[in-house]
Design a binder for this molecule. Sequence first.
Ligand code: HEM
Length: 408
Amino acid sequence: MTEHTPSDELSADDHLGGGRAPQPDDGRTPRADWNPRGPRVRRDPLAAYDALRTHCPVARGPDGAWTVFSHADVMATVLDHTTFSNAVSRHLQVPNGMDGAEHSAFRAVVDRYFTPERMRDLEPVVRDVATELVATIDVPGPVDAVALGARFAVRAQSAWLGWPGELEEELLGWVEENRLATRSRDRGRTAAVAQHFTTIITTLTAARRGEDAPPDVTTELVRDRVDGRPLTDDEIVSILRNWTGGDLGSMALCAGVVLTYLADHPDLQARLRAGVPDRELDHVLDEILRLDDPFVSNRRIATQPVTIAGRSVAAGDQVLVNWTGANRDPRVFGPADAFDPEAHAPYNLVWGIGKHVCPGRPLATLELRALTRAVLAATSAVHPDPDRPRERERPPAGGWASAPLALL
Ligand code: HEM
């Protein structure tokens, strides 16, 4: 998955929203409008992003990076591929850190792995993974939806990529360490986590170079070509990193948001239990994720001076699009609790939009659908756990860090 956290260090006080007007640009010292990791965001991220979108829709952080919160401004930013570049990192990021023709060439490679035919073949495999995992949970009993989602994501992705079951605990440990490293903002720790992942991946790819390589998706990628030439080792590692590195964590957060919402909305849960076709369920899942989008933001870099909602952004400035805030914009979606899966689907930005729109969406949707159906099939009711409070995930991620539920 595309890396979705700003790597910059943030240090200023919490200056969030609260009706405070944006600071005028004096052309000298950038003043921070908010702190993306401050206490107010940590306490109630949705309320914080809602307040910013209303009172300071393009906000400068303490590191000088801008964050864009309204639906219209987020759309304008990500659809203007000339003014806003994806080349935000000094590391190779295939395809998310690329622009123009280079991005198109690599994106064509990536897209071949998520065709409807491939997803149709994979569906029964992912369904079995979900059913078998949920069968190991005691019903009635407690479950943490995020922990369940993490284990499911690792198993489903391993089944898809042909990775051995023995890697499960190491990958789960890695997901947790990656989460803690991201929160810590310690570059040394982040680099160590990245290196650990490279080691896991290169062991898997090395085993697929010979004649006796297993016939799986990882082998196919190792032998794949871009623009008529073989992919380099670094490109293969980067692609696999983007497919698994961030997404295992994102899938876990998505599972936490979806199952928690169903626990809080028994009427919707009853409707799904009565049986709905896949397409309707997919829209419901997207709408739940829209209301509490755990995949909070992505970065761009301005290639030229540009004005966004009256704020002057200089060439070279970092610009973050806040999907979570844009997805709750009342000018597009109405009141904050409005739940209308069909009507909101065309404007939903959970999977992004434009050239960098999520190529893994069909797989992620398939996985979330399978897990949701398996949990509903194995239970007669899912409630919030009355004995254990849920805990918000810390920025820069969203959703829940822990989502305790009671299965009946
Ligand atoms: C789990 C839920 C997921 C969410 C909410 C999500 C969301 C997104 C979003 C919003 C973007 C756009 C980023 C941007 O514009 O900068 C994106 C891009 C991307 N996603 Fe996902 N994604 C998910 C799962 C996956 C999965 C399962 C995969 C692959 C196995 C994947 C692979 C990618 C890649 C490679 C990109 C970069 C595409 C490009 O730059 O052309 N994602 N994702």
